[in-house]
Design a protein around this ligand. Structure first.
Ligand code: ATR
Length: 298
């Protein structure tokens, strides 16, 4: 692991979350700073929800260059910022803050990170059909990203149907893309044909994430098909049970590591104004991920 050398000029960046010990972002960013000789250090900050406002005030007070924001603060942090980009406002979530001389701007690099990760698979969303599992913060970023990429249709499956309806309305209203909401339990019934005909299926819920590795969304194996792109945003473990099921049916699969990488690269560029060293970040991420999986399953 790359340990930053701290000098009198070192600038601080980091990540606000709770809990935060599982984050792979410090490994990725500190490796990138070291590779480019940038005198920055990236630290994890465990911020309880009741301390979020104080933590954000601390960014100003300590002249911190910027931070990432993760669960459970991505939505609530909007109220404490001076400016929020249009995309972040639409998504309703901020995952990156930049401090411009005490003025804090909120960005959402999850949407661009998702699209960049998709580019790596060679998939072009234009004119295609998507099925999205979930309707939380991550699904909102994915929905906005796909909508802005001129996909033809998106179906959101969610346990809380109201949330999926609201998201479908947001995407349709903001991008004009045909969007519908379907109850979660229909996935293995009437919704199966929707999954089967989708060109891309994106799993955005926390199902299958450590320590719930045995869990899997109720998509029957024969709902997947060859030539379909199936993405799971979960990166611990990678691949998930869901992704293994899709791969066994011949689908082209991608785990959550690539979106994590690209959202991080976009944040890096916002803070430093320099192109992100993608390969360095990817290698650091893979090493940190392997180490964390060994720690959890010794
Ligand atoms: P994130 O920012 O990671 O998307 P979130 O906003 O809390 O987190 O959203 C979590 C998503 O996972 C939601 O779509 C949630 O469904 P609800 O809206 O019904 O809560 C979904 N989810 C989590 N656990 C689930 C489970 N056991 N079964 C079905 N859906 C689940």
């Amino acid at each position: 692991m790359v340990k930053p050398v701290i000098t009198g000029r070192t600038k601080l960046v980091g990540i606000l979350g709770h809990p935060i010990t599982h984050t792979l972002s410090p490994a990725m960013h500190n490796a990138a700073f070291a590779a480019l000789g940038i005198d920055f250090a990236y630290l994890p900050f465990d911020v309880r929800p009741e301390e979020l406002k104080n933590a954000v005030a601390g960014i100003r007070a300590l002249s911190i260059v910027g931070v990432n924001v993760t669960v459970p603060h991505k939505e609530t942090v909007l109220d404490s910022l001076d400016v929020v980009t249009e995309a972040a406002g639409l998504i309703g979530a901020v995952n990156t803050i930049v401090n411009h001389d005490g003025r804090l701007t909120g960005y959402n690099t999850d949407a661009i990170g998702f699209l960049k990760a998709l580019e790596d698979t060679g998939f072009d969303p234009r004119g295609k059909e998507a099925a999205v599992l979930g309707a939380g913060g991550a699904a909102r970023a994915v929905g906005a990203a796909l909508g802005m990429s001129r996909i033809r249709r998106i179906t959101f499956f969610n346990r809380t149907l109201e949330r999926a309806k609201e998201l479908a309305q947001m995407v349709a209203g903001a991008t004009g893309v045909q969007s519908t909401a379907v109850p979660w339990e229909e996935m293995g019934k009437s919704g199966m044909s929707i999954i089967r005909s989708a060109d891309i299926v994106v799993q955005t819920t926390s199902i299958g994430m450590h320590p719930r590795e045995a869990e899997c969304p109720p998509v029957p194996a024969d709902a997947f098909r060859k030539d379909q792109v199936v993405v799971d945003l979960v990166y611990n473990p990678a691949p998930t049970r869901f992704l293994k099921r899709a791969a066994a049916a011949g689908a082209r699969t991608q785990d959550g590591v690539r979106m994590l990488l690209h959202q991080g690269a976009a944040a890096f560029e916002l803070w430093t104004g320099r192109p992100a060293p993608i390969t360095v970040m990817e290698n650091a991420l893979k090493t940190a991920q392997a180490a964390s999986q060994v720690a959890e399953h010794p």
